[in-house]
Ligand binder design. Structure first.
Ligand code: ZN
Length: 140
């Protein structure tokens, strides 16, 4: 198994310098996720303003795939409304299931190699699942 291809530069960069990393004390939604298979932990905080995501941040620790994917997710979701954000989560999970092509020219494409390593797919989807759970709890 070629793990080298998994750890592309983009993933390493997001892992070394995660975007939007840190806690948020006034989050309107927050939710934690845990991937026991790999030991990854991620908590996602979201704040809406004028029905759009004005701030989304995460904290966590674990493998570089889990942390890089969380970092990329925050960049992907900023400025989106609820409906668009849910569509982004859905799209990402469909890509990780190998049912949709990865977009060119987006950092997310660096995660494409992960789908050839099924045991690591949960690392990549962890933050997205946590984010979505937080939204659903907020709506409830
Ligand atoms: Zn992991």
């Amino acid at each position: 198994m070629d793990l080298g291809a998994l750890y592309q530069d983009v993933i390493l960069d997001h892992n070394r310098a995660p975007r939007n990393f840190g806690e948020m004390s006034d989050a309107s939604a927050s939710s934690a996720g845990h991937n026991p298979m790999c030991g990854d932990e991620v908590t996602v905080y979201t704040n809406f303003r004028d029905d759009k995501i004005a701030d989304v941040r995460f904290t966590g620790r674990g493998c570089s795939i889990s942390q890089a994917s969380a970092s990329m997710m925050t960049e992907q979701l900023l400025g989106k409304n609820l409906e668009e954000a849910e569509a982004e989560v859905e799209r990402f999970k469909t890509m990780m299931a190998g049912k949709e092509d990865f977009p060119e020219a987006e950092d997310l494409t660096a995660l494409e190699g992960v789908i050839r390593h099924p045991s690591r797919i949960r690392c990549a989807t962890l933050a997205w699942t946590a984010f979505h759970k937080g939204l659903l709890e907020q709506k409830a």
